[in-house]
Each structure stands twice: as C-alpha cells, then as structure tokens.
Design a binder for this molecule. Structure first.
Ligand SMILES: Cc1cc2nc3c(=O)[nH]c(=O)nc-3n(C[C@H](O)[C@H](O)[C@H](O)COP(=O)(O)OP(=O)(O)OC[C@H]3O[C@@H](n4cnc5c(N)ncnc54)[C@H](O)[C@@H]3O)c2cc1C
Length: 497
C-alpha cells in the first residue's frame, strides 16, 4: 500500500494551493484527482484583494496579475458603486482572471515543489483509526496517509465518507453561462445589470473572449440538461440589459442551479474539508475560490506543524474554529447579494438596493462591507483571554529593513517583526529564536498603536503581539517557541537603548 504524510483529494484550486503549502513546509504530500486531464472551462474569474495578498506572500501574485484584468470599481446594484481603488492594500482591485489560469499557476508551482499529482485516481472509500487514514480508489488501489483533506468540491465524496452533514438549500433561479465573442464590448471592464427579469454580467477574459452570465427568471423551468444556444443568452441580455453587445460566436455554454450549504464540521478525526467541499453558495460576489484558497492557506501550515510533531495544543482544531466562521459569513454575504438582485418581491429588491446605496455612501458602513467582499476585513478570534488586541488581525504589508513584509513571508515560516525604535528585541532574542522563525525589523513610519513586537503566522495573521518593555525579548522567545516548536533557550539580556 502507498503511504505518505498527507493526501489531498481533488486538484482544483483549493487542493493545489494546499499541496503547495504542505510541500513548501517539507511535508510529503500527494494529490489524488479523479479527472484524467486539466479542465479548460472556467468557473471563477474574480480574485479579490486578500487572496492576492496571500499569493504575494508566496511570490505568486505578480504572475497572476500578468494573466488578468484589474477592475477598480464594482457595481453590486444599479447606482451602488464600490470604489476599490481606495483600499489600503498593495492590490486595490478585483483581478479578473479565468479559474483555469489560477489553476495552471498553482499546478506549476506544486510540481516545482515536488508534489505528486495523480490523475485518474477517484477516491471511493475511506477508513480511519487513531493513527492513519486509508483510502480506496475506483479500480481497486489503496492509499494511506497520516491526514486526508477533502478538497473534492461541492459533491465531496470525502465529506460523505467522513459522515459530515452538508446543511443548506438550493436556489431557484438557474444560472446561464456562455463564453462568447462580442462585436461591441461594454466600456466598463466588468458590466453588470439587473431588472425585474433577472441579472446579467459580462466579464472580459482579456483574450477577446467574454464570459456572459445570466440569472433569467423566464428560464427557471428549463431543465438543466437542455443545451443553451447563443440565441437564448442574447435574448436574456436584450431583455435585462437592453443590449447583447453584438454577441456573435459561442465556444461553450452551460446552465446550473447554485446552492447555499455548509459542512457542519470541517474536521472528523484525521480528515479535514476545505474549499467547495466545506461550503457552497451563490457565485454572486465571486467568493468561492477565494474562500477555498484562504482555507488552504489557513490549514497548510497547521497540518505541517502537526506532521512535524510541533503543533501547539488545539492548533489543528483552530482551523475549523477560524474558517467555519468565515465560511458562514461568506454564505450570509452571498445570500444577501442573491436576495438583493434576485428576490421575488420588486418592492423588497428596490428597498435593498436603496439600503445598499446608503451603505456604500457612508464610510463607516462602506468599509466593513468592502472588507467582507475583498477578504481584507477577515479577522480571527483571539485564542485566549487577555491576548493582545492585534491577535488574529490581518497584517498590512509593513516595510521592514529586510524587505516588504509579504516578501519576508515567502519561505512559509512565522515572521517576528521587531518594531522597537532601536531593534532591541531582534538583538536580544535573535540567538534564542535561531532559525525557528524569520526575524525582521520594522522600518516604516511611526504608526500609533503598533505593538513592540508582532509574531506573524505563515498565512499573514497575527499569532502574538506585545507592547514594548523590559520583558519583551523573553516574551517574544516564549511566543516563538510556543508557535514554532523546539526547546526554549533563555534570551540574552536586552541591550540598553
Ligand atoms: C459561474 C460561477 C462563477 C464563479 N465565480 C467565482 C469567482 O468569480 N470567484 C470565486 O472565488 N469563486 C467563483 N466561483 C466558485 C469557484 O468556482 C469554486 O468555489 C471553486 O472552483 C472551488 O474550488 P475547489 O478546489 O474547492 O473545488 P473544485 O474546483 O470543484 O475542485 C474539486 C476537484 O476534486 C475532484 N474530485 C471530485 N471528487 C473526487 C474524488 N472522489 N476523488 C478524486 N478527485 C475528486 C474534481 O474532479 C475537481 O477537480 C464561481 C462558480 C461558478 C459556478
């Protein structure tokens, strides 16, 4: 029987990202994928700012930017505009890039890191005991690993085999999708329009092809297996947006119904769920792949620590605690978008659109909404009472003497940033910390409220922080030992500054 540290089931974006994280951390990992070839159709196209920051933390964002079209304004409802260009991030945009482009990038990275991707391997059975998980494959083979992660999509076999319930409901309105060429493309790079008959979206892939998407009430009763001709999409656009942008040629089309469901648990013993296997929702808001990639970033370093025997108590359980909550928020957000544009009552839709226009006008309501949509507002609850208020926060791309913070995260290790004026923590605690974590000195402008030292997790959130004071070097060493493992060594006395 083949055996490894971690098996990832599914080579979609979530599984590939997770495999990269594990391999970078030195964990033996294998990806089992049912399909024999990479799909060339695309579902997701919107990559949000927080995902771009996290890809930047692995040196992948610039490659993706080259493949995509940045959009700096989005319009969730007529008259309600969200200006992304003012976001405080290196990536004030939503990047339009076909999902296949993101998958190619991640697969190339996974192969570079030595991940074994086995195609034509469909998982059909699963058993686990306290030490290992055994998988059965269609055709008779078996594989075993210390941990298994189901990244096998909305109809996850792993989820069913692990006995995890997928609670939720199905939406009524079908979604029509087609890849088309246009004689008269819209001026806006991302066109969206809604009226009482439905919603249409036109998304540029940047290579002359466009993704036309329609939620058309008139087509709700059409069975999902009926082919979708170009004429039907043109008609939906003409009735809803008043134009079909000269739709001429169609290379692919499909119709489906989306669901709103979330796994009750993200962990059953040695089996975890991530991505669509853990949560599915309306594509409005472009959240699914973004959430899956961020699940993978959250779980990767935790699983790697567990495989190395260095995970502090409760670290593996913190994956579900942190990401289930984010998944539930994403379901709520996308459901609100769905009701906003597709609700049955015209009066309620109009009231919701009015409320959204108000929300986007006022800074104190606009910023939280933008934070939820872009992922920049994600914050994890502090693991313990009395933790520093920065604990669980997303860290901005601070300028350090050694480089940008997100560049310094690229080796996938924890990063201790010393923000004291004289860099005393780094000097006093550096030897004791050794190579357990990267150490950097803050070199940006003076910022009110910046703690004396901040330990940043490999996924860009604050693990620990403390204010400046004589105890700080010792506290920093204790925090690094707790989070990164290894016996503590006493730091040398802090030099006077
Ligand atoms: C129209 C549309 C538009 C969307 N737009 C966006 C967007 O703009 N932004 C966004 O973030 N998200 C968007 N999404 C959602 C996004 O496409 C999904 O969330 C994303 O594909 C999930 O990735 P995943 O890796 O978790 O699962 P998947 O992409 O579904 O991958 C699962 C993989 O597991 C494999 N597999 C399944 N069962 C087995 C098995 N038993 N054994 C082995 N392998 C198996 C499958 O073959 C597949 O390759 C959109 C979705 C739709 C439908």
């Amino acid at each position: 029987m083949n055996s490894t540290d971690v098996i990832v089931v599914g080579a979609g974006p979530t599984g590939l990202m997770l495999a990269c994280e594990l391999a970078q951390a030195g964990v033996r990992c294998k990806v089992l994928e049912r399909r024999t070839a990479q799909p060339n159709i695309t579902r997701a196209f919107a990559v949000h700012a927080r995902t771009l920051e996290l890809l930047d933390a692995r040196g992948l964002a610039d490659d993706l930017l080259e493949r995509g079209v940045p959009v700096r304004r989005v319009q969730p409802a007529p008259g309600a505009v969200l200006d992304l260009s003012t976001l405080r991030t290196r990536y004030p945009m939503v990047l339009i890039v076909p999902q296949s482009g993101t998958e190619h990038l991640l697969e190339a990275r996974a192969r570079e890191l030595g991940v074994e991707i086995v195609r034509g391997a469909e998982v059909t059975g699963l058993r686990q005991d306290g030490r290992r998980v055994l998988l059965e494959l269609a055709g008779g083979g078996t594989e075993s690993a210390g941990y298994v992660v189901g990244c096998d999509g909305a109809h996850s076999r792993v989820r069913g085999l692990a006995g995890i319930d997928f609670a939720g409901k199905q939406y009524e309105t079908h979604i029509l999708l087609a890849d088309v060429r246009l004689a008269a493309p819209p001026e806006d790079s991302l066109f969206a329009w809604a009226n009482r008959e439905g919603v249409v979206l036109m998304v540029p892939f940047g290579d002359g092809w466009f993704r036309a998407i329609a939620w058309d009430r008139l087509r709700e009763q059409v069975p999902l297996d009926v082919p979708l001709p170009l004429e039907e999409m043109r008609d939906a656009f003409l009735r809803i947006a008043g134009t079909d942008f000269g739709m001429a040629e169609q290379r692919w089309s499909s119709r489906f119904r989306s669901e709103r469901r979330q796994a009750r648990r993200y962990r059953a013993g040695r089996v975890f769920l991530a991505g669509d296997a853990a949560h599915v929702h309306s594509p409005l808001g472009g959240q699914g792949m973004n959430t899956g990639l961020q699940d993978a970033m959250n779980l990767g370093w935790k699983l790697a620590a567990a495989v190395r025997g260095q995970a502090p108590d409760g670290l593996l359980d913190s994956y579900e605690r942190e990401r289930h909550r984010v998944g539930a928020q994403v379901l709520a957000l996308t459901d609100a978008f769905n009701r906003l544009v597709l609700g049955r009552s015209a009066l309620r839709r109009a009231l919701r659109a009015l409320t959204l226009r108000l929300v986007l006008r006022l800074r104190w309501t606009r910023e939280p909404l933008a934070g939820r949509l872009t992922g920049l507002g994600i914050r994890y609850p502090a693991p313990a009472r009395g933790a520093h208020p920065w604990t669980g926060r997303r860290v901005p791309d601070l300028r350090c003497a050694q480089g940008r913070l997100y560049e310094l995260l690229r080796d996938g290790r924890h990063l201790l940033v010393d923000t004291t004026r004289a860099g005393g923590v780094a000097r006093a605690a550096g030897d004791a910390i050794g190579n357990r974590a990267t150490i950097a000195r803050y070199a940006g402008p003076v910022v009110a409220g910046l703690p004396g030292a901040v330990l940043i997790r490999p996924d860009g959130y604050v693990a620990w922080a403390a204010e400046d004071g004589p105890e700080l070097p010792g506290q920093a060493v204790a925090a690094v030992v707790r989070w990164c493992g290894g016996p503590a060594r006493t730091p040398s006395a802090r030099p006077r500054t």
